[in-house]
Write a protein that binds this ligand. Structure first.
Ligand SMILES: [Zn+2]
Length: 189
């Protein structure tokens, strides 16, 4: 994971509201993994009715921590509901994913942030301001989750056999819209 993040190149591009077309039927087609403290229903940034989302929230939009709730959400959505998309959506200004969060010491849930901080500092240096470093940490956290998801056998199988797509988003509260983190082709193996 650290090697992937240390070498990854990515860009953040705006997500148009019609990025995913509505099915026009109340059938869940998107597993949306969001953060508990975002204070907004980010799914509304897409022109897709709420009935078409299966929303899973926790501290820091993590699926990789191995808890039964997250693993069950993946199994249900990928193998039973057979969603067409998985979106991991962080948010700028997150009170949990930042370089000065005390939450990392609580029960270890966000202990992986220590690694992300190290990667971020190594990759981008110490010169930037706190806000910029926090934004990068939010982005790296989303990229780390997407990277983990893409390595799960059930998800690899769904991508191969029925075209499941996995996306990394970050919600921008100032613009009330999301950006999509696009990894450079050279980083995709
Ligand atoms: Zn948050």
């Amino acid at each position: 994971m650290k090697n992937f993040l240390a070498n990854v190149d990515y860009t953040a591009v705006p997500v148009p509201p019609d990025f995913i077309p509505s099915l026009q039927t109340p059938q869940q087609q998107i597993l949306w993994v969001g953060c508990s403290d975002s204070q907004i229903i980010e799914t509304d940034t897409l022109n897709v009715p709420r009935q078409e989302f299966f929303v899973h929230r926790n501290l820091g939009n993590k699926l990789s921590n191995g808890d039964t709730s997250s693993l069950s959400a993946i199994e249900l959505c990928v193998e039973v509901i057979q969603v067409k998309h998985i979106i991991v959506c962080g948010h700028y200004g997150c009170g949990l994913i930042n370089t000065h969060s005390d939450i990392k010491s609580y029960a270890g849930w966000l202990s992986s942030l220590n690694d992300l901080e190290t990667v971020s500092e190594d990759k981008f240096g110490h010169g930037s301001g706190v806000e910029e470093r926090d934004r990068r940490l939010v982005e790296l956290n989303v990229l780390a989750e997407v990277h983990w998801i893409m390595q799960q056998p059930s998800i690899m199988k769904a991508i191969r056999e029925r075209g499941l797509e996995v996306h990394g988003f970050v919600y921008n509260p100032v613009r009330n819209s999301c950006v999509k983190l696009e990894i450079s082709p050279a980083n995709i193996s």
